[in-house]
Design a protein around this ligand. Structure first.
Ligand SMILES: [Fe+2]
Ligand SMILES: [Fe+2]
Length: 469
């Protein structure tokens, strides 16, 4: 029966440089983003060049193709798709960022942000991207918004379902019931025809790491949808949106297993490219990471560049606090989407906490934490082993682990684990000792569980997988 090879990327968020890449307003926007906004063109070109020369049958992109639906970003991105299409089949789905669902497209000049940016309307998307999905499809389902889900055969044995999950009829991500029925029918049909169904949508159906972080990135109907998919015979679903690299398993109440592969953003650390190969007996998954790209003709190490940029989210907050610049700290929080007015009386304690932490080494922070009454003590030898690191450096490393699914794993016997998990377990252990139950205790217990998931990467590898057909 042969085989099919599909490589998935996600959240390319192409941003046209014509929208402004300099000045204070752009710097605030760019530094608060895990993605490298200014360099999306160069990163995408490099990734498409790499993918043109691999053995995959198709390159598939799981939505948020552009930064925020700007027409010029779409035009430039589609040109890149046409070039890639000279070498590979290319299948895309679009998502809410591709028609600017918040109605707030932006360009940047000097200190100012302007919203007079033409966008692609959701009704324009079907025609605009029809060469990258529906034109090759043997079946399609047009959504009321305009874009269409589609089913297309790829290689010898895979049927790819490119799904538009922008709206469930209740103004949230998901599917209206007729759409869900159509998808399940396509899954059953593929299985009946001896093909492997693989689905790609934008929003999550499993809250990866912890629902505290990712529940909002899921469709509110996630359980109903994932159970329906698994029971129809789907074993692999690819999603994007969270910008995190994760693989998790779900088992439906009827006992059917399905794996969700959350592909991180291509234009942010760690720029993953996930290849799914199906043959007569199994489906295997492997993950590559972008190695390099060029800026002004100079080759840069992509992993280092992207990691350094991602860390800015944390470092700019620490640096504003260290400089005792409350206004800059407020601007940095605002750029992160935090409503600083709503913070009210919490703003100053937050600022002073960052200010204190900005000066602290692990050694000092460890001493402080171990003095907290009722808290479980962090082993002194673990604090000593990391004593030269600053709190900021530890926070940045944890942040990278969140993004890359723990490529560097810290198991429970490592000093790094004992220090980080130890700090994050303090609220839970204080609650436990003081017999505080209810919501706070549940929340802190979940935080403790999340710390384990972040540091170890969880039980399932976030890079590789083998599933028997
Ligand atoms: Fe995104
Ligand atoms: Fe998204």
């Amino acid at each position: 029966m042969g085989k099919s090879i599909l490589t998935f990327i996600a959240d390319t968020h192409h941003y046209s440089k014509t929208l402004g890449v300099s000045g204070k307003a752009f710097a605030l926007r760019s530094d608060s983003d895990q993605k490298c906004l200014k360099e999306t063109g160069e990163i995408i070109d490099s990734a498409f060049g790499f993918l043109s020369n691999t053995e995959c049958d198709a390159v598939c992109i799981a939505g948020d193709l552009t930064n925020d639906g700007e027409k010029i970003s779409h035009m430039e991105f589609r040109e890149k798709l046409y070039k890639l299409k000279e070498h590979k089949k290319v299948y895309t789905v679009t998502a809410t960022h591709d028609w600017c669902c918040d109605g707030n497209p932006r360009r940047f000049s000097g200190d100012s942000v302007y919203t007079d940016v033409p966008i692609l309307n959701h009704n324009d998307i079907y025609e605009f991207y029809r060469d990258f999905g529906v034109n090759d499809a043997f079946a399609e389902y047009k959504t009321t918004l305009g874009p269409a889900s589609y089913a297309v055969n790829v290689g010898d044995c895979v049927t790819l379902l490119g799904l538009i999950d922008d709206k469930n009829g209740r103004n949230s991500a998901g599917y209206k019931s007729a759409h869900l029925d159509w998808i399940c029918e396509q899954i059953r049909l593929a299985v009946k025809n001896g093909r492997v169904p693989i689905a790609m949508e934008h929003h999550l159906l499993i809250p990866h790491i912890t629902p505290l972080f990712t529940k909002g990135a899921c469709s509110p109907d996630r359980e109903k949808i994932i159970n329906a998919f698994a029971d129809a015979g789907l074993k692999i679903i690819i999603v994007g949106h969270s910008h995190l690299q994760r693989i998790d398993k779900h088992i439906s109440p009827s006992g059917n297993e399905i794996y969700e592969i959350n592909v991180g953003s291509l234009v942010g650390y760690p720029a993953p490219m996930v290849t799914v190969t199906a043959d007569e007996s199994k489906i295997t998954v492997k993950t590559d990471y972008l190695d390099s790209f060029e800026i002004d003709g100079v080759k840069v190490n992509a992993q280092k560049y992207l990691a350094d940029h991602s860390k800015k989210i944390i470092s700019v907050l620490f640096s504003a606090a260290a400089q005792n610049d409350r206004e800059l700290f407020r601007l940095r929080l605002k750029a992160l989407g935090i409503n600083t007015e709503k913070l009210g009386a919490w703003f100053l304690p937050l600022f002073f906490t960052f200010k204190e932490l900005s000066r602290m080494t692990v050694s000092q922070a460890g001493r402080y934490v171990n003095k907290i009454p009722f808290a479980k003590k962090i082993p002194q030898e673990s604090i000593d082993a990391l004593s030269d690191f600053t709190v900021q450096q530890i926070a940045e490393k944890v942040w990278l682990n969140i993004l890359d699914g723990a490529r560097e794993k810290y198991t429970s016997d490592t000093h790094f684990y004992k220090v980080v998990a130890g700090v994050l377990s303090v609220p839970a252990s204080v609650c436990g000792q003081m017999k505080i139950g209810g919501k706070p205790s549940e929340l802190f217990a979940e935080l403790q569980r999340a710390a384990d998931e972040i540091l170890t990467g969880g039980e399932i590898s976030n890079e590789i997988l083998t599933v028997n057909r």
